[in-house]
Unconditional design. Sequence first.
Length: 170
Amino acid sequence: MNSIEANASRVILCIRESEKENRLQFIVRDNGKGMSAEMIELALDPFVTSRKTRSVGMGLALLRQVASQCGGDVELTSAIGKGTQVSVTMELNHINRMPLGNCAVTLVNTMIGNLDVHFYYLHKTDSGLFRFDSFWLLAEMDRRGCQVHDLVDPAMEIIRNGLKRLKSQA
Ligand SMILES: Nc1ncnc2c1ncn2[C@@H]1O[C@H](COP(=O)(O)OP(=O)(O)O)[C@@H](O)[C@H]1O
Ligand SMILES: [Mg+2]
């Protein structure tokens, strides 16, 4: 949502989990408006936001707190006018680590709600690699002559099966 609010037209979501290394990493990279060096520093402070609807932005600051409680960290890199990358690491089996949740539902809803944004999802485990490109939705609408809502279930099925094949633990 931060990437979309930053007017990104491309968002890469990358999840890497390794049982061997006991490591979970997820990366969100966008080509949005970017952040100044000052904003990068402030964004990780729990009492800062550029939002007008709410005086306190907590997303990244909370994320940093959660990551450090799970033996990891948040790295924020950005360039004005170019884009932003948020990288989060955690210990995969850390007792404080919450599950990723329902990735298929989250991804499909995000993609379908923002069809003008190109999302590329990459998920890697010790067993292999799964990719899902939001262009699939556009191509499939064209091919089937259907509405995007008709693709919710098929898209979720593809992602669920992909993650099952990967033996995703996260
Ligand atoms: N991907 C991004 N691109 C540009 N600016 C960002 C991005 N992510 C966060 N920011 C900036 O950092 C601030 C803090 O983000 P966040 O912690 O998610 O809180 P919130 O979104 O509620 O403001 C945002 O208000 C925005 O100014
Ligand atoms: Mg936010």
